[in-house]
Design a protein around this ligand. Structure first.
Ligand SMILES: NC(=O)c1ccc[n+]([C@@H]2O[C@H](COP(=O)([O-])OP(=O)(O)OC[C@H]3O[C@@H](n4cnc5c(N)ncnc54)[C@H](O)[C@@H]3O)[C@@H](O)[C@H]2O)c1
Length: 252
């Protein structure tokens, strides 16, 4: 294992579960100190405890609601107070669309999906940029989705939020590239997590078979390795990409 992130500080929102947990663990395996931020304290503390026991790295849980700018600013303050810096951030906290179809989608579904999946990323980027611009360096990766690149039926509101994440990523990437902060997005295909189990239930295995040329779901670790690479110096010339990690789904 290449511990190329020793001495760096990483922040992962949605680090209590799924892709966020796998990414927090991968940052730690590579030597970074990790802030696991989530609305779910139980899951977040489990991620921290796993890191402390297995990864030879420091970790801390911070409770956050990414829909609340004040809570997000407090998360960044805690990060810097505790670990002295913020070098890498993965804005990953998200919720699934609950609508069976766009025309029966409710206002409540729209508000919830937009406030967590799009506005939450904006809040996080603002607070992270404040800190990274002071330091003159940093790397941010936003978690978009295959639904941020192409239209996915019955994922209309979710897809609108994720297309928004890609737009935010590209505009900010251009704006801040000359100031030492690299910003990119990952666009996962179907990944086996609590979110997809809640969204698709018993249909999940069948959907996964059809979803991409590999004919299977991704495991969260397969997304985590792309995120950690994008945050590392190995990706020093990669700016403003929305990287599909989708088993070839969007290549069709
Ligand atoms: N699983 C997939 O197939 C897939 C595919 C593409 C993109 N994504 C995206 O990946 C991200 C993570 O998804 P996952 O599948 O790991 O889901 P998950 O449900 O396992 O994890 C999501 C985490 O976000 C946290 N969270 C939700 N709302 C929050 C809030 N307001 N403030 C703070 N934390 C909050 C949850 O507590 C949870 O720990 C999401 O943005 C999702 O849209 C997932």
């Amino acid at each position: 294992m290449d511990r190329n992130l020793v001495g760096k500080v990483a922040l992962v929102t949605g680090g209590a579960s799924g892709i966020g947990r796998a990414t927090a663990i991968e940052f730690a395996r590579r030597g970074a100190a990790v802030v696991v931020a989530d609305a779910d304290a139980t899951g977040g503390k489990e991620t921290v405890s796993y890191i402390e026991t297995n990864c030879d790295a420091r970790a801390m849980f911070v409770g956050v609601d990414v829909t609340d700018a004040v809570s997000v600013e407090a998360m960044i303050r805690s990060t810097v107070e505790h670990f002295g810096a913020l070098d890498m951030a993965f804005n990953n906290a998200g919720v699934p669309d609950r609508a069976a179809s766009l025309h029966v989608s409710t206002q409540e579904n729209w508000d919830r999906v937009m406030s967590v999946n799009l506005e939450g990323v904006w809040h996080c980027m603002k607070a992270e940029l404040d800190q990274m611009l002071l330091a003159g360096k940093g790397a941010i990766v936003n978690n978009a989705s295959r639904s941020g690149l192409v239209g996915v039926p019955s994922d209309g509101v979710y897809g609108a939020a994720k297309h928004g994440v890609v737009g935010l990523t590209k505009a900010a990437a251009i704006e801040f590239a000359g100031k030492g902060v690299r910003i990119n997005a990952v666009c996962p295909g179907l990944v086996e997590t609590a979110l997809t189990r809640a969204r698709f239930g018993d249909e999940l295995a069948a959907r996964a078979k059809l979803a991409n040329p590999l004919g299977r779901m991704a495991q969260a670790e397969e997304i985590a390795s792309a995120v950690v690479w994008l945050c590392s110096d190995a990706a020093s010339f990669v700016v403003g990409v929305a990287l599909p990690v989708d088993g070839g789904a969007t290549a069709r």
